[in-house]
Design a protein around this ligand. Structure first.
Ligand code: PLP
Length: 396
């Protein structure tokens, strides 16, 4: 079978599959050697490629996954501030380590998920996305080390956040001595070449990057203020008179991922990769909404940048496809919907040659063509008709 892919390697493939420049760089790195048990020049080149695009990246530290990057960001924040608590937003995903599990898809009361210690879960303060009053109240206790968030909202804007909220967070964290961590694992090098932070002109203290940063290979990074990342530095820690944070890891900054990362980030810096993906996504969103209107299906397609989401209106509020305001809908409803309906729609799209993510949304690359968009729009129409025939949509 042949599919138009909008899963996009969980967001890592903004350059599409098997991009020649990346494959060439990876092949050369494989030939040179995959593991030297030490730092190597490609690690430095990779950090420079990030620093070229992300102004807040005064220092960069590589990890093997996004989960490790957010783990290190939290550890740095706690060491730097001497505080314990972590403020997170309900529905935001930051990987699977112990500090991040409650409140992502369940356990919104902050209770621990299986295998996580109560004492660890208790250190997270969970706040509804966009609720600046709740953020202010939580920060006023003076015990919050950091606020971490997906800067375009959870699941790449499925529950969007207003840019003003990002600016408010910057102001409040600064005022209360907490660090602001942008988890740019998905948004980095996608929303703009410098990520969401450049697109919305906010300078976080720390950022986590993965996916695109490693050009479709395993790899990630935490980047940010020098004085914070100095906690990883031998000399700076010695000079400051404190123990450094240890960070051993066999495949941190491995040369093959570094080579892929340098190749991908160079393309993103020098060609209009993000702009192209964003434009294709806008065309796709418009085309899909056109189909919804023509087929009289009371859903809406929305999203920003190079993403799209399908809102299936689980509460039957009666949405207008072209005129849907996701800010008027709470996060439970935006993330909700019948699993049966959503799974069937995903299967229908697969049957019609399109691979969406399990939330029936997706991410675009700069390689999606207008023919791919047209095929997807046609597949969407055919899938809706299948759904209607199955009795999953109201009769016309
Ligand atoms: N943060 C965000 C926003 C993510 O979307 C993900 C993964 O999808 C992660 C962190 C974890 O990254 P990884 O899967 O590389 O551990």
């Amino acid at each position: 079978n042949r599919y138009v892919d909008f899963f996009g390697g969980h967001g890592s493939l903004i350059l599409g599959h098997g991009r020649a420049e990346v494959v060439t760089a990876v092949n050369a790195a494989l030939t040179d050697g995959t593991q030297f048990g030490a730092s190597h020049p490609l690690e430095v080149a990779w950090a420079k490629a990030i620093m070229r695009l992300v102004p807040s990246a005064e220092r960069v530290r590589f990890t093997a996954s996004g989960t490790e990057a957010t783990l290190m960001a939290v550890r740095l924040a706690r060491a730097f501030t001497g505080r314990a608590k972590l403020l997170r937003f309900m529905g935001h995903f930051h990987g699977w380590h112990d500090h991040m599990t409650s409140g992502y898809s369940d356990h919104f009361d902050g209770s621990p998920t299986p295998g996580v210690l109560t004492g660890v879960a208790d250190q997270s303060v969970l706040v509804a996305p966009g609720d600046i009053a709740a953020v202010r109240a939580a920060l006023s206790g003076g015990d919050v080390a950091a606020v971490i968030l997906e800067p375009t909202g959870s699941s790449f804007g499925q529950v969007p956040l207003r840019p003003e909220f990002l600016h408010q967070l910057r102001q409040e964290t600064e005022q209360h001595g907490a660090l602001l961590i942008f988890d740019e694992v998905v948004t980095g090098f996608r929303v703009s070449p410098g990520g969401a932070q450049v697109a919305f002109d906010v300078r976080p203290d720390l950022s986590s990057f993965a996916k695109i940063v490693a050009g479709g290979m395993p790899g990630a990074a935490v980047a940010g203020r020098k004085e914070v990342l100095d906690w990883l530095d031998f000399e700076a820690s010695r000079a400051a008179g404190h123990e450094k944070i240890g960070h051993p890891g066999t495949f941190n900054a491995n040369p093959v991922s570094a080579a892929a990362g340098v190749a991908a980030l160079t393309l993103i810096a020098e060609a209009d990769v993000c702009g192209q993906a964003n434009a294709s996504a806008a065309a796709l969103r418009a085309g899909l909404n056109e189909v919804l209107a023509e087929e009289a299906v009371p859903w809406a397609v929305y999203g920003t940048s190079s993403g799209f989401h399908v809102f299936t209106d689980p509460e039957g509020r009666g949405v207008a496809p072209h005129d849907f305001d996701p800010f008027a809908v709470g996060f439970a409803e935006l993330k909700g919907g019948s699993k049966v309906l959503i799974n069937k729609m995903r299967l229908a799209m697969l049957a019609n040659g399109v691979d969406l993510n399990p939330r029936i949304g997706g991410l675009l690359s700069d390689t999606h063509t207008s023919a791919d968009i047209d095929d997807t729009v046609a597949a969407f129409r055919a899938s809706l008709r299948m759904m209607r025939a199955e009795g999953e949509l109201p009769r016309r």
